[in-house]
Design a protein around this ligand. Structure first.
Ligand code: FMN
Length: 227
């Protein structure tokens, strides 16, 4: 028998209300709101309660300076330089889901399947931080290996939901981790820490077509093996 737990309605609203934002308004998020978003996300569980995440967050000019430096870096050195290996390959359902979300993105923007130039320019938006006024860089100690990254993943998820609860839109970005070494040097992230990902954030440009679609999710029966 299931019992109705009223907590699930708030959680569902946040989980299903959130979506990756890819166009922002220039308006900054007040510092006390940023602090509150982080404060809530810090409740995330981690292995042995290590809480291995460390965060750098930019605002205003420091975001613009970083955005310009990152775009220049990618123009000069577009090759992958990530701290954590990127996937070798996407297969089966994973490939299908990846493709579907890509098609949704291009369709929302009216980018045709053969339009390589516009696809590349949309992809480059990652390095323009989609126009966001803030970016957060998440790093973990190297010695914790993949488990440090798992803990950081939990934190990232909580941050996305906490931001949603504060009316703030987010873009988790593995694309930024393609430039891990450059970004660590840029921000002076100490040796021995690895960059997990970046998250651009701010207030969504709700009128922009890129923010007008929602991705699908697998059903419980697709992924659950209840034995
Ligand atoms: C760890 C992580 C990395 C991601 N990296 C990128 C990225 O580099 N660029 C991008 O546009 N979206 C990125 N996304 C967003 C995903 O594409 C998005 O979460 C997924 O398609 C589901 O859509 P939704 O977030 O709108 O629900 C990333 C998401 C996660 C969780």
């Amino acid at each position: 028998m299931t019992t109705h737990n009223p907590d699930t309605s708030a959680l569902r609203r946040l989980i299903f209300g959130r979506a990756t934002c890819r166009a922002y308004l220039p308006e900054q998020v007040p510092e006390d709101v940023i602090r509150s978003i982080v404060d809530v996300a810090l409740g995330t569980a981690s292995w042995c309660n290590t809480q291995p995440w460390d965060l750098i967050i930019t605002a205003g000019e420091s975001t613009d300076k970083f955005r310009n430096a990152l775009m220049e870096q990618v123009r000069q050195h577009p090759e992958l330089d990530s701290d954590f290996p990127f996937p070798d390959e996407y297969r089966g359902a994973y490939l299908d889901r990846r493709r579907e979300s890509g098609f949704q993105l291009y369709e929302a923007l009216g980018i045709g399947r053969g339009d390589k130039e516009r696809r590349e320019s949309q992809s480059f938006e990652n390095f323009r931080l989609f126009g966001a006024p803030h970016v957060m860089i998440v790093s973990v100690p190297e010695e914790l290996g993949p488990y440090g990254a798992i803990d950081a993943g939990g934190f990232v998820s909580a941050f996305l939901l906490s931001a949603e609860a504060h009316g703030v839109a987010t873009t988790p970005q593995a694309a930024m981790a393609m430039q891990s070494c450059f970004i660590r040097n840029y921000f002076g992230i100490p040796d021995g820490r690895k960059m997990v990902c970046g998250i651009s954030f701010g207030y969504a440009d709700k009128a922009h077509p890129v923010n007008g679609y929602r991705t699908r999710r697998a059903s419980v029966d697709d992924i659950l093996h209840l034995l």
